[in-house]
Design a binder for this molecule. Sequence first.
Ligand code: ATP
Ligand code: ATP
Ligand code: MG
Ligand code: MG
Ligand code: MG
Length: 235
Amino acid sequence: MANSKYEYVKSFESEDEVMLPNLILVRIDGRDFSRFSQVHEFEKPNDEAALNLMNSCSAALLEEFPDIIFAYGYSDEYSFVFKKTSRFYQRRASKILSLVASFFAAVYVTKWKEFFPQRKLEYAPSFTSQVVSCASPEVLQAYLAWRQQDCHANNQYETCFWMLVKSGKTITETQELLKDTQKQQKNELLFQKFGINYKTLPELFRQGSCLFKTKEREELLQKRGEELLKTREEC
Ligand code: ATP
Ligand code: ATP
Ligand code: MG
Ligand code: MG
Ligand code: MG
């Protein structure tokens, strides 16, 4: 109801526009996926089907929201970068992050069967999401390097952890063994104990995944948007 006497409450809404020229970036992360991966019997340390499902959801997100031009993710997280000039939802952080997380979760559930045809989805997964306002391309670059470093460090730890547990060590013993170990020591442990050369493990596990729109594809989507607008106007 426009101009109602109650409308003043609108002024209590928080102002959360991501100001230009900052870049809008959204990161989603699965809520308690330690449990979710256990309940759904994900292969440890890396369940390939689960990673492919995450990647497929991100591809669907890029399709749904033309302003997202780049995505990077691993494990239960994904970061989405919007184009510089985006005016999506007046650049309001809460609108954008809620849309991204809810759409991602909905697609995750919809696509579950495609990636886990034999496994029942036991409960609805949910994702937290936050907006990171990137002041410059350099900040974006540092952000992505940070996430990729996290992917690498986590994966190296988890690979050692699960190899030791699978070889018969208890969880406490394994944690104790890995405590304070450096990158090089973990590589040596994997090689000496299990004959694994860490560098030869799949890139999907070691480095994560990225998706981006090529210029042509962006133009195509833009065109499609224009056509949609035209048909709307004609209606
Ligand atoms: P939070 O709610 O704080 O995010 P979390 O349990 O999700 O808690 P994360 O740090 O996000 O904690 O870690 C995600 C966990 O999900 C990993 O530790 C890993 O055990 C599990 N996981 C996610 N994806 C996979 C996968 N593809 N294969 C195996 N395990 C996975
Ligand atoms: P926006 O993305 O801006 O919210 P919207 O189309 O969702 O766009 P709303 O103002 O939220 O716009 O209105 C929701 C619309 O959804 C209503 O106009 C109505 O047509 C439809 N709708 C929602 N729930 C029902 C329902 N239970 N039965 C019939 N129609 C519904
Ligand atoms: Mg998580
Ligand atoms: Mg995570
Ligand atoms: Mg609505």
